[in-house]
Design a protein around this ligand. Structure first.
Ligand SMILES: C[S@@+](CC[C@H](N)C(=O)[O-])C[C@H]1O[C@@H](n2cnc3c(N)ncnc32)[C@H](O)[C@@H]1O
Length: 378
């Protein structure tokens, strides 16, 4: 199978899959390949925090033009996978000199499938791009075409707890990936002082309490497949949720009252009200919980709508506050504003590249200890 993710999260996804018991693991670009049975496929969808979707390949062949593609798609017996009563949809990703339009590829595949059903049963199954019973994924790399069934359906970042968002919310998969990359030990105090709609604090509380991300989902793609095993999924729900009662402190704060109201709703949807404290406060005034060891993971404004000198001095202010008030904390900050980052005035001990949608970001780690010094170059 193939678990897909965002660029920069391949290592954490690899580790998650290893812990789930997947074998033959192989990292690629924005994905990890692995081997496993149906049980593992269900578990992967239910447990993986950093996967966007899990694909199950059903055919692989060489192809160099659309006629050949049509013919080879017709050699697959589609009635094994779905019936006339089911709806389907085709997604395609193409990196090939032989095919320039991924939409056209998807269309030809759809035609080949519809024509096969028509020839066999004199009737056709219908396409539903919004909520199909079976989602087919076509991946063409040069002349190699892989045909897969998408076992996730809707992207796995749609956990189901976030009904409302504020401005620029983080994707849930990216938020979980940031927390796992930080190596947070699930016991140190966790703070996001610019928490917006609360994605990081919610994902942190789920990680600390061992709550699987799939618990909130209404549906996975494989539930409408011909071979769906309801008992297997029920076992995973029932046996497989050793929720631990963690009483660690998780705190979110934001300057915006609206953001905190939305965060509150999302936290309540996730059933995490007792696990997360929220405050309305500008970071300029915010005093984090006093602790020997804490972690800040945050996603400050990148400054797209603010003047450059204002955002530079905002980041300088962040660095000053971290240095003064966050002694004992590991600070992790995600930002696409490389110019403003320089004004933080602290020397990062780690610097990674992640992507927030199309935006290339740095994910920086600052260790704040007694006497943290401004870096030399500043
Ligand atoms: C990029 S958004 C964070 C989004 C959040 N990670 C989420 O998933 O919804 C930045 C947040 O910083 C907040 N913010 C801006 N200036 C602030 C300040 N001075 N103090 C505290 N929060 C601030 C904004 O209200 C916004 O919610």
């Amino acid at each position: 199978m193939v678990a897909k993710t965002f660029r920069g999260l391949e290592d954490v996804l690899f580790n998650e899959l290893k812990q789930l018991g997947a074998s033959d693991l192989k990292k690629g670009n924005r994905m990890v390949e692995f081997t496993g049975d149906k049980d593992l496929m269900y578990r992967a969808n239910f447990h993986l925090r950093t996967a966007l979707r899990v694909l199950k390949p059903i055919a692989e062949f060489k192809v160099t033009d659309d006629k050949e593609l049509y013919n080879k798609i017709q050699t697959i017996d589609w009635s094994i996978y779905f019936d006339l009563k089911n709806t389907f949809a085709v997604d395609s990703v193409v990196y090939s000199e032989h095919f320039s339009h991924s939409k056209y590829v998807a269309l030809r595949v759809k035609d080949a499938i519809v024509d096969q059903f028509r020839e066999k049963f004199q009737k056709r199954p219908y396409v539903d791009v919004e909520d199909p019973d079976v989602r087919i994924n076509i991946h063409i790399s040069n002349d190699l075409c892989t045909v897969s069934l998408d076992s996730s359906g809707d992207s796995l970042h749609k956990r189901g707890y976030r009904l409302k968002t504020n401005k620029a919310p983080l994707n849930e998969v990216l938020a979980a990936g940031m927390i796992l990359i930080s190596g947070w030990n699930k016991t140190d105090v966790f703070v996001d002082p610019m928490c917006g709609s609360g994605t990081l604090v919610i994902e942190a509380a789920m990680i600390a309490n061992n709550i699987p991300p799939g618990i909130y989902r209404k549906k996975f793609g494989f539930e409408t497949w011909n071979d769906f095993d309801n008992n297997l999924l029920e076992n995973i729900y029932e046996e497989d949720s050793p929720e631990v009662e963690s009483d660690i402190k998780i705190v979110g704060s934001d300057i915006s009252e609206i953001a905190i109201r939305i965060a509150k709703e999302n936290i309540s949807n996730a059933g995490l009200k007792r696990k997360i404290d929220l405050h309305i406060n500008p970071i300029e005034n915010y005093i984090p919980p006093k602790t020997e060891k804490g972690i800040i993971i945050t996603n400050p404004p990148y400054g797209e709508r603010i003047k450059i000198n204002e955002i530079n001095s905002f980041y300088k202010g962040l660095g000053d506050k971290f240095k003064d008030r966050y002694k004992g904390y590991e600070v992790w900050l995600l930002s696409s504003n490389f110019g403003a980052i320089k004004h933080i005035g602290l020397h990062p001990s780690k610097k990674l590249t992640l992507f927030n949608g199309p935006l290339e970001c740095k994910f920086l780690n600052y260790s704040i200890y007694e006497g943290s010094k401004k870096s030399k170059y500043n």
